[in-house]
Design a protein around this ligand. Structure first.
Ligand code: BES
Ligand code: MN
Ligand code: MN
Length: 464
């Protein structure tokens, strides 16, 4: 049975690649309203491909933002139902000038870690290349009459802007979305020869701050030295948010942080990780982070605070001598289990206002957030993912927490009552959200090959 699927995939290999390339040509940038029609075009493309892959029912649900694509093939109420979640929206491509080839004109080139070629395009790894594997795996299972479970797809267009309308959609469509497990490919492997399953994601609190000094931009000679410069003050305030140990100084910030046991930490650090390669890849002399934790821990079980952007004053050509009226920054905090995004945002806002000197006014504007998640490893669905990867990689996958966030996953469990399996096939080095994002052809086809095994093992394990 599985041989038929493998043969089908091999036979249709070039079409499977070309269809993904066509999807990648659509600039479905969710953050920028100028791309609204292209986001819609991507939704239409996904819907059409779900239909041609064999879905019996496909629907595009409009939201107040970007549409949600739904598809299903239901075989029997006695079989388990797998809900595949993914996102067809992508991050903005800028800074465009740093791309070696245009972000929405996909090209295939080999790289050091992808000697068999990688597709360079915005969204190739995050997440078009990854969710499209599921549509092709579904096509293959269906064409070979080997679909062992009911399958539903929910592919959204707002993940990169915080999934603002998806929560409400889940709440109002609980019957439609009813499932036994949610399967997501939107995370990374440790390496192409080191398979892993993501067993946790960090949460997120995101704020924008505005610091106001004088009521207008001033001559920096006439007033400089006597009036607070809001950018200088903002920098001092930001610098004070971390101590010498690189611990975050916001009172109460760590109160709820899950304490991971020494044995669990030891197990985490067994995962292969080459610090030298990591530093070399990023061209940094050394890593930087919280004292007492390894790089793997710093990017998984520990919370962060990072400035994502900072601006104000004069940034044009040449020099303009100006003492600005305002300074701004966007700040993200990655959260770990038991930290709550709204609570952390409140703590941040209270602290940031408290540390502002009387010479400036401070405003804190919260953006979207998301809760952290940890997924269990003692479930049939985890075992199915484990066995599927073991089968296709020839090695047991390693459970590892991811540093990124998929805010909707925590809501899935609360509203739909099912667990999520994060079986991603990208690599951290694929340039997600960066210029020259790419996705290995090896990874794309490894995913398409592995997914049918997940379905088979899952169906079998649920039967017993
Ligand atoms: N696919 C990523 C999340 C991710 C990447 C998880 C790598 C684990 C490993 C997702 O598309 C993403 O970028 N999420 C955002 C969330 C935000 C926009 C609310 C993130 O993590 O910044
Ligand atoms: Mn993603
Ligand atoms: Mn992303």
């Amino acid at each position: 049975m599985t041989n038929h699927i493998a043969a089908y995939i091999a036979e249709h290999q070039s079409r499977f690649t070309n269809e993904l390339l066509d999807l990648l040509k659509i600039p479905s940038v969710s953050a920028d309203p100028n791309y609204k029609t292209q986001v819609k075009a991507a939704a239409d493309y996904v819907a059409e491909k779900l239909r041609s892959a064999g879905a019996d029912r496909v629907e595009i649900f409009e939201t107040a933002g970007h549409p949600i694509v739904y598809g299903e093939k239901l075989l029997s109420p006695t079989l388990p139902t797998v809900l595949v979640y993914g996102h067809y929206d992508v991050q903005p491509a800028d800074p465009i000038h740093l791309w070696h080839t245009p972000p929405f004109e996909p090209v295939i080139k080999p790289t050091e870690v992808h000697p068999k070629g990688a597709i360079f395009a915005r969204g190739s790894a995050d997440d078009k290349g990854q969710f499209y594997m599921h549509i092709k795996a579904f096509e293959a299972m269906n064409a070979c009459n080997s679909l062992p479970c009911n399958i539903k797809f929910m592919i959204e267009g707002e993940e990169e802007v915080g999934s603002v309308h998806l929560g409400n959609f889940c709440e109002t469509h609980q019957e439609l979305l009813k499932n036994d497990v949610i399967l997501v490919s939107d995370t990374a492997l440790i390496a192409n020869d080191v398979p892993s399953i993501t067993v946790g994601l960090r949460g997120l609190s995101y704020v924008e701050v505005e610091v106001t000094g004088p009521n207008r931009d001033l001559h920096s000679g006439v007033y400089g030295g006597a009036v607070a410069n809001p950018i200088n003050i903002l920098c001092e305030m930001i610098a004070s948010l971390k101590d010498e140990q690189n611990r975050i100084t916001i009172p109460g910030f760590y109160n709820e942080v899950e304490v991971v046991s020494a044995s669990e930490r030891a197990a985490m650090n067994e995962a292969p990780f080459d610090l030298e390669m990591y530093q070399k890849d990023l061209e940094i002399a050394t890593v930087h982070g919280e004292t007492g934790y390894t790089t793997l821990e710093r990017t998984s079980i520990r919370p962060t605070l990072d400035v994502n952007g900072i601006w104000g004053g004069y940034i044009g050509e040449g020099a303009k001598t100006v003492l600005p009226s305002k300074g701004y920054a966007k700040i993200s905090m990655r959260l770990v289990p038991n930290q709550h995004p709204d609570k952390i945002t409140e703590l941040f806002a209270a602290h940031f206002k408290a540390i502002a000197p009387p010479s400036v006014k401070v405003e804190v504007r919260p953006h979207h957030g998301g809760e952290p998640v940890v997924t269990p490893t003692d479930t049939p669905e985890y075992l199915a993912a484990y066995k599927a990867m073991q089968q296709t990689f020839g090695k047991a996958p390693i459970p590892q927490r991811g540093g990124g966030s998929i805010p909707i996953v925590a809501l899935f469990e609360r509203v739909l009552g099912s667990k999520t399996i994060l079986m991603g096939f990208g690599l951290d080095s694929d340039g997600l959200h960066s210029p020259n994002e790419h996705y290995g052809l090896f990874n794309y086809f490894k995913g398409i090959e592995t997914i049918p095994y997940f379905f088979q093992y899952y169906a079998k394990l649920k039967q017993n």
